[in-house]
Design a protein around this ligand. Structure first.
Ligand code: ADP
Length: 627
């Protein structure tokens, strides 16, 4: 029979397995059992809607067989099985979702341990302990069975064979012992029992094995050895075990295996609701990093839904609100019917009650996380904070109360992130508003003249650098009744009444000068005026109207905004700067020069605000001319 070749990527992983020096080769059993359990899940799912599947829940089992003399270990199941085509597709190609990352780290041989430890490696791990693997499988509903055989990376064959009932039998020919590894252990009952307990205890289907017991013979004092079926796993899922008995490592490995993540979760949340409107257990995880597609349309949120220990839906969207869409995990409720359809679930009152309670629980747990483990919370926030801000902004701000205390921002206070609560607690009595500046980067914002002025005045400024930030704050309007205010619109807050009055007088005195300057700049600004609060800087741009410079940029990047929106800008000149006197003087003596100066001031003010120049060539020429 002609040998077929593995797909390149699979072949490399297989090679790695065959030559593995990994010390925990024992995980192969966990991988095979988990495949069997998945296969049974699939058939069980089908039985919910397909009446031709006549098995009932109690019929399903996974079975381990040992034949010490022939060095053979088998793992069988009566799950969905595979036809010839599926055998080829599934076992000739690595299917694991983490396999792409896997590929990139596989170049490094020293990384082997990490790779295997982190990803689990699926079916191919069988080759860590065996030199020949056979998979006999019959798809449910098919008449014919097939066998897939491989002795390693040189390829595999598939041919028809006999098998009575549907399901899969994986047969491993266990390697001979070496000086370093006692492969024979995997043919011992006690070892297998230990491994099942260790790795697969919560598998929901019985894992059975014929086990030798010694028993007293009837009517005699002699003992005999009999073989009896024993179920090796307790089948109690991890979320149903007493939380005080489950270790962090167990939760972490449950998570990494079940949700194909290679990193431990940064936070585990468990909730048990009893005697309330809905009874359920939830086991939730906050990942340490965002899935590669998290901030894209492709990402699907959702929790697994179980009814009394049996999964009835893989991604139940309705259980988790968008602002917590990064949360993964499951909910198990005895209140839900096993045969409930997707459509019915959407309307299900019970489900809505659970979703509401989960949302609250997650918010509380994140708050606790922030209060008790700041360092990790900041890590979390750097990964998923954007989503929380979107949450504040979406649905016209109705989630504000739930989310506002979970937000963090950079600020002029110190280099760390701050919460709004902390900001407010630091406000001096004279400060009435929460000030922010928005732009591309913290470094740029730190240098903004208005920020400098605020700081000199003892007022802290939040630095908004993400697109969503300013939109979120605008929807919130205020925090603890303190209004949010953009520094570039509110610089006169820093002036005393007398200073304001003096400024007003100066402004009206120079009305003609400003009109001239405004005409020079035409539509670029709505106004030119003096201001008090630019510190050592000569000029700056301020904002008027509902749209800020930052929002202008964000909106204009959005698809469908080709027309462009424009923030209303005001060119502000520092009243006390030498430039102010120069402008006044030029208005009387040299209006051509005044026009050039005006354009220069405007251009450099744009640059300071992080905006690009309208006309860089003209700006450049003006500088040369001046020099
Ligand atoms: P993974 O389980 O991560 O998808 P594996 O390499 O372990 O990757 O398995 C590849 C595929 O082979 C599985 O996705 C499944 O479709 C199929 N498979 C493996 N074992 C079985 C089995 N016992 N019964 C049915 N299908 C199986």
């Amino acid at each position: 029979m002609a040998k077929k070749q593995f797909k390149t990527e699979s072949k490399r992983i297989l090679d790695l397995m065959v030559n593995s020096i990994y010390t925990h080769k024992e995980i192969f059993l966990r991988e095979l059992i988990s495949n069997s359990s998945d296969a049974i899940d699939k058939l069980y799912f089908r039985s919910l809607t397909d009446s031709s599947v006549t098995l009932t829940r109690d019929d399903y089992e996974i079975r381990i067989g040992l034949d010490k003399d022939n060095r053979i270990l088998t793992v069988s199941d009566n799950g969905c099985g595979m036809n010839a085509e599926e055998l080829e597709k599934n076992l000739g190609t690595i299917a694991r979702s983490g396999s792409l990352d896997f590929k990139s780290s596989i170049e490094d041989k020293d990384n082997e341990i990490d790779i295997i430890g982190q990803f689990g490696v699926g079916f191919y791990s069988a080759f860590m302990v065996s030199d020949r693997v056979s998979v006999v499988s019959k798809a449910y509903g098919d008449d014919t069975a097939n066998e897939w055989v491989s002795t390693g990376a040189d390829g595999y064959t598939v041919h028809p064979c006999e098998k009575e009932s549907a399901g899969t039998v994986v047969t491993l020919h266990i390697k001979e012992d070496t000086d370093d590894v006692k492969y024979s252990e995997f043919l011992d009952e006690w070892k297998i029992r230990e491994l099942v307990r260790k790795y697969s205890d919560y598998v929901r289907y019985p894992i059975k094995m014929l086990v030798s017991h010694s028993r007293k013979k009837e009517d005699s004092n002699e003992y005999e050895t009999v073989m009896e079926d024993e179920t090796l796993n307790s089948m109690i899922p991890i979320w149903k075990r007493d939380p005080s008995e489950v270790t962090d490592e167990e939760y972490a490995s449950f998570y990494t295996e079940k949700y194909y993540d290679f990193e431990k979760p940064i936070k585990v949340i468990r909730q048990k609701a009893e005697g309330t409107a809905a009874e359920y257990i939830a086991l939730l995880f906050v990942p340490s990093h965002a899935p590669y597609d998290y901030y894209s349309k492709e990402y699907e949120k959702g929790l697994q839904l179980y009814s009394s220990g049996v999964m009835i839906m893989d991604k139940c969207k309705d259980l988790i609100p968008d602002h917590f869409s990064f949360v993964r995990g499951l909910v198990d409720s005895s209140d839900l019917s096993l045969n409930i359809s997707r459509e019915m679930l959407q309307e299900d009152r019970q489900l809505k009650v659970i979703a509401k309670a989960l949302e609250k629980k997650i918010a509380n747990e994140l708050q606790k996380f922030l209060n008790e483990d700041r360092e990790n919370y900041e890590k979390f926030f750097k990964v998923f904070g954007t989503q929380l801000k979107y949450g504040v902004y979406s649905d016209y701000g109705i989630h504000k109360d739930l989310l506002q205390d979970l937000l963090m921002f950079s600020s002029s206070f110190e280099d760390n992130l701050t919460t709004l609560k902390e900001y407010v607690s630091r406000m001096p009595e004279s400060q009435k508003k929460i000030y922010y500046a928005s732009g591309e980067s913290v470094d740029q914002l730190k240098l903004l003249p208005q920020v400098e002025a605020m700081k000199n005045h003892g007022y802290e400024v939040l630095f908004l650098t993400e697109d969503i930030d300013e939109f979120a704050l605008q929807i919130m309007r205020n925090y603890q009744e303190k209004e949010f205010a953009n520094v570039s619109e509110n610089s006169d807050d820093l002036s005393s009444d007398e200073e304001k009055k003096a400024l007003e007088e100066e402004n009206s005195k120079c009305a003609d000068l400003f009109q001239f300057m405004k005409d020079t700049l035409s539509d670029a600004v709505t106004q030119v005026r003096f201001t008090n609060n630019l510190g050592s800087h000569a000029a700056s741009l301020a904002n008027e109207g509902p749209l800020s410079m930052g929002m202008e940029k964000v909106l204009n990047r959005m698809p469908g905004m080709e027309e462009g929106v424009k923030a209303q800008l005001v060119l502000e000149i520092n009243k006390d700067h030498a430039v102010a006197d120069k402008l006044k003087e030029l208005y009387g003596s040299d209006q051509v020069k005044l026009a050039d100066y005006t354009k220069l001031l405007y251009g450099s003010a744009r640059l300071v605000s992080g905006l690009s120049l309208d006309n860089p060539t003209e700006f450049n020429d003006l500088i040369s001319k001046l020099m």
